[in-house]
Write a protein that binds this ligand. Structure first.
Ligand code: FE2
Length: 381
């Protein structure tokens, strides 16, 4: 049983149900009305600007009827109807205070123990079965990466992976790039040395948010791919030493790439990026493209380097990493705002040919959310 009371000031109302008390401001309710004069019934876009709502708005009356809440506003003299379930879902009263470094619902941080449960999808199933695609996208969102098996062994097949959820993001490296390695231990230059785990292209603004790597040839031993959850590493750093976490979150690093004629990419962003309310939203880690850091005050710089070093040690810790081999026709998709990737070193002889490209995580999430919404609408029909 829900009851409603309007504050004598008319500035807010209170909905009380067993176990919950939720307040809503007059201005918030008016701005979020769902009537056809406030929101387009077709595309859901708001049709009014805040300037169209009087700043002295107040609630003159409210009453409940079934699952609907009727609210009258002055001085407009409007009465608008709100769905109680919508109000419950969109409550903002009693938002919990969270520790810096919290993560959004639906995100699960992980370490090496995820090894047996890597999010995997079969290429044909993902292409033909929307349920399989939805499940795989959910896991890619949850863990920040996913593998695809049994794809075609053909140049350009990586674009078919991107087609599953979005669009390619073209850069100065082209629509895609080739990573070919000939492993020949007699010539060090061609030895496939391992790379430290990193996020790609932090010198771009914005950095690419999804990377796809697709394997076309892999005859050399070793060369496994490795991923590390940057959010898990950041949280571990926070739990070990909050001052280290804070210094990497509170000051900007600088990243730069100018290794190609006509290209001079620079960015100024923190290694650990938080939203203003402390939500962990991105990790950037790439020793090769870190520029001189000049935004950390002198008396914080030594701590900054200690924190950066420790963050790197955590990232290098084998208990944090998940490794897997990519065989021809296999790919992995990684959320480049969160999960770091690397290649292990090779041994023996052989070749390895990967194709890579970038795409966008918001497109991936949009595809998943739209599928969920459609599923919910179908279930309600
Ligand atoms: Fe990379």
């Amino acid at each position: 049983m829900t009851s409603v009371t309007v504050d004598p000031s008319g500035k807010f109302l209170t909905l009380t149900t067993t176990g919950s008390v939720r307040r809503y401001h007059a201005i918030w309710l008016r701005d979020n009305a769902r009537d056809p004069e406030t929101r387009d019934p077709g595309n859901g876009q708001r049709l009014i600007a805040l300037r169209d709502i009087p700043d002295n708005i107040r609630i003159s009356g409210a009453n409940l009827s079934g699952t609907a809440l009727q609210v009258s506003f002055l001085p407009e003299g409007k009465t608008l109807v709100y769905d109680l379930e919508w109000l419950a879902v969109n409550t903002y009263d009693g938002t919990p205070s969270r520790q810096r470094g919290w993560t959004a619902p639906g995100i699960e941080i992980w370490d090496a123990r995820l090894m047996g449960e890597i999010p995997v999808g079969d290429f044909s199933a993902l292409s033909q079965d929307s349920g399989a695609l939805q499940g795989w996208l959910e896991r890619v969102n949850r863990y920040g990466f996913g593998k695809v098996l049994n794809g075609p062994v053909a140049p350009g097949a990586l674009f078919k992976i991107v087609d599953l959820f979005g669009y390619v993001r073209e850069t100065n490296y082209g629509r895609h790039f080739d990573v070919r390695t000939e492993v020949n231990p007699t010539n060090l230059a061609f030895t496939g040395l391992g790379l430290q785990a990193h996020t790609d292209n932090p010198y771009r603004d914005p950095a690419p948010t999804v990377q796809v790597l697709y394997c076309l040839e892999s005859s050399a031993a070793g060369g496994e791919n490795m991923v590390v959850d940057g959010f898990a590493a950041a949280r571990r750093l926070r739990d070990e030493n909050e001052a280290y976490f804070n210094v990497l979150a509170d000051y900007c690093a600088r990243f730069e790439f100018a290794g190609e004629k006509g290209v001079c990419l620079t960015s100024r962003r923190p290694i650990i990026e938080l939203a203003p309310d402390g939500e962990l939203i991105a990790a950037r880690f790439n020793n090769r493209s870190m520029a001189a850091v000049t935004d950390v005050p002198f008396d914080q710089m030594a701590t900054y380097y200690d924190a950066y070093r420790r963050f790197g040690e955590i990232i290098d810790d084998e208990t944090m990493e998940v490794t897997f081999r990519l065989n021809p026709g296999e790919a992995f998709v990684v959320d480049n705002t969160r999960v770091l990737h690397a290649r292990k070193g090779y041994s023996g002889q052989g070749t390895r040919w990967l194709q890579g490209c970038y795409a966008d995580i918001d497109g991936l999430r949009s595809t998943y959310d739209a599928m969920c919404r459609e599923q919910k609408q179908k279930a309600a029909e």
